[in-house]
Write a protein that binds this ligand. Structure first.
Ligand SMILES: Cc1cn([C@H]2C[C@H](O)[C@@H](COP(=O)(O)OP(=O)(O)O[C@H]3O[C@@H](C)C(=O)[C@@H](O)[C@H]3O)O2)c(=O)[nH]c1=O
Length: 187
């Protein structure tokens, strides 16, 4: 397993080993022991999966407010995404900055998005299936988000705001600066 780090502390790109043979390949996509030792000492309680039918679908930027904050380990089963994590930990030297990584089914790379980050993605192909493990259960009352095209965050999405396919909920999210407190984590 290869673990790549970024300028923003605690986010990581995880590339599991793949063992290929004449049939195809085999991969341990997550191991509790290895993940705790090499990436983050966290446990996961829920697995999520979404299908986005159209290329250019944007989901995000989402998070759950404390105390229901979630770390997410994101991977792609079919298709490809640009996956984004935005640091919103109060006091973090990289507050408001983000990392963006291409995740696709062909390579099998995963993005570790810790608690205290907004998360979102844009599909790069039709019929893209995203799967992710989360460290806390879904809580509708703590569910919150920030506009994917917030100019203060300035993510270089592969689609324009007019082209992006969004849920009604995501179309009406506030900017980070306008997010009602309390929302922040301490770095
Ligand atoms: C996220 C989630 C949603 N739901 C329900 C609520 C709603 O009726 C339906 C669709 O929810 P949403 O529109 O929020 O789904 P979606 O826009 O795909 O939300 C997801 O986006 C990505 C970027 C994330 O990071 C996730 O944590 C999650 O926020 O599924 C659950 O039952 N459990 C869950 O864990």
């Amino acid at each position: 397993m290869i673990v790549r780090t970024f300028d923003i502390r605690d986010v990581a790109l995880v590339i599991p080993d793949r063992f290929g043979d004449a049939r195809g390949h085999f991969s341990e996509t997550w191991s509790d022991r290895r993940f705790r030792e090499q990436v983050a000492d966290v446990g996961f309680v829920q697995d999520n999966q979404s299908l986005s039918r159209r290329k250019g679908t944007v989901r995000g930027l989402h998070f759950q407010r404390p105390p229901a904050g979630q770390g997410k380990l994101v991977r792609v089963l079919e298709g490809a995404i640009l996956d984004v994590a935005v640091d919103v930990r109060a006091g973090s030297p990289t507050y408001g900055r983000h990392v963006a990584a291409r995740l696709d089914a062909a390579e099998g790379a995963q993005l570790w998005v810790p608690e205290g980050f907004l998360h979102g993605f844009c599909t790069l192909e039709d019929d893209t299936v995203v799967a992710y493990k989360v460290t806390r259960y879904y809580s509708a009352e703590h569910d919150a988000g920030v506009a994917f095209d917030d100019p203060d965050i300035a993510i270089d999405w592969p689609v324009t705001p007019a082209e992006a396919i969004l849920s009604d909920k995501d179309r009406n999210l506030p900017r980070l600066a306008d997010l009602p407190a309390p929302f922040a984590w301490t770095a």
